[in-house]
Design a protein around this ligand. Sequence first.
Ligand code: 4AD
Ligand code: MG
Length: 462
Amino acid sequence: YTKIAAIYADSEQLGGQTVTVGGWVRTIRDMKTFGFIELNDGSCFKNLQVVMEAGTLANYKDIAAQNVGAALIVTGTVVLTPEAKQPLELKAASIEVEGTSTPDYPLQKKRHSVEFLRTIQHLRPRTNLFSAVFRVRSVAAYAIHQFFQERGFVYVHTPIITASDCEGAGEMFQVTTLDLQNLPKNEDGTVDFSQDFFGKPANLTVSGQLNAENFAMAFGDVYTFGPTFRAENSNTQRHAAEFWMIEPEMAFTDLKGDMDVAEAMIKFVIRQVMAKCPQELAFFNSFVDKGLLERLEHVASSDFGRVTYTEAVEILEKHNDQFDYKVSWGCDLQTEHERYLTEQVYKKPVFVTDYPKEIKAFYMRLNDDGKTVAAADCLVPGIGEIIGGSQREERLDVLEARIKELGMRTEDYWWYCDLRRYGSCKHAGFGLGFERLVMYLTGVSNIRDVLPHPRTVGSADF
Ligand code: 4AD
Ligand code: MG
């Protein structure tokens, strides 16, 4: 079958030719002697207008009685219609019904709320909004691979199941084969994990970073791009229990080099999506976020802001009257502060660097002041944090002291410490939340609407 995308792309050649298309009915209008079907086959955002005539189609009555959602196979002539609203149509010579639909098909031609569409996750990819979101998601994922591959990064598959807690936040989903009704216990009453599948507690990974570091110390520049899991009890528009993360890790690179790569990557992905998804972006710009195109254009062509945490806190403290949670040095920045900085102060993406060590993970490199670490979070308007990154602690003694200080066990990280024993070097990396990037690229404001099948607190259907 010919794809609708190919018909639009090669319309010059295909004008007057006969093609066969398989697709689903978006709308159908019966004017008794003739009728129109808008057909969508998923190959592109646009529908194909099919024109049918009672005089030429033996089964006209049967076709005209089909419901929205039916699957049809249409053979006909491509007719160029330069004066009409759509540049071409398909004049049907024959139409076969592959699969019927019913009048109560949930996706009738009207605007459905995103809340309603979340209840029919199996059908929502057939709507304009979700068709556009998931095509942009696919193009953005490919662009990320392209960005790193063109720069010689090696793609590493990091494990989904792990015994470590990279972020040290304890927000992990445990993986076990033990009978939860009848857990084996040690003498002191704690669970005896020696009888479990892995012989110790295991969990779904919160980040592939530590494994990526192992590979960066062999390949230099690597990245991982895969699902990550957080049992955070945050029921917000930007937290999911299962989300995808892009994590590059680069040897012989400091924090500035890290931010330069992050900034170049985001700009590259924006340009790729603008080049490959113009119809999808025009749709978002009209129906989801009026300023989207202008914003993406601006972000792709201007420098991101860079500010230290200490400077950011000085700026934010002046506006404490506007915040629910008052800012002072040492506090973790909340979404309201992140958004204020990037939306009111910078009006563009901004990296905040050098956070207090107390609010960041164990692996971040301690700065000379002994109080802050070489971290860089990238904040963007409308969302807040989309990237968390840092230069890693490459000094064995400093790392071990930090692990102990946090009450973690150096034995559990013997392999991670080994990297500092054998050819340690300065290195850095970051994690980009892929869904948050897709939200940024589309203007969609809820993470549930950029995940094909969202898993969030209280919801793991489908
Ligand atoms: O800031 P985070 O926790 O950093 C790390 O995991 C580092 N190990 C990354 C690294 O340096 N290799 O998470 C990174 C990003 C966040 O900035 C955010 O975009 C996204 O992952 N993220 C989430 N996205 C959706 N739902 C959640 N629950 C998320 N938690 C983090
Ligand atoms: Mg973070």
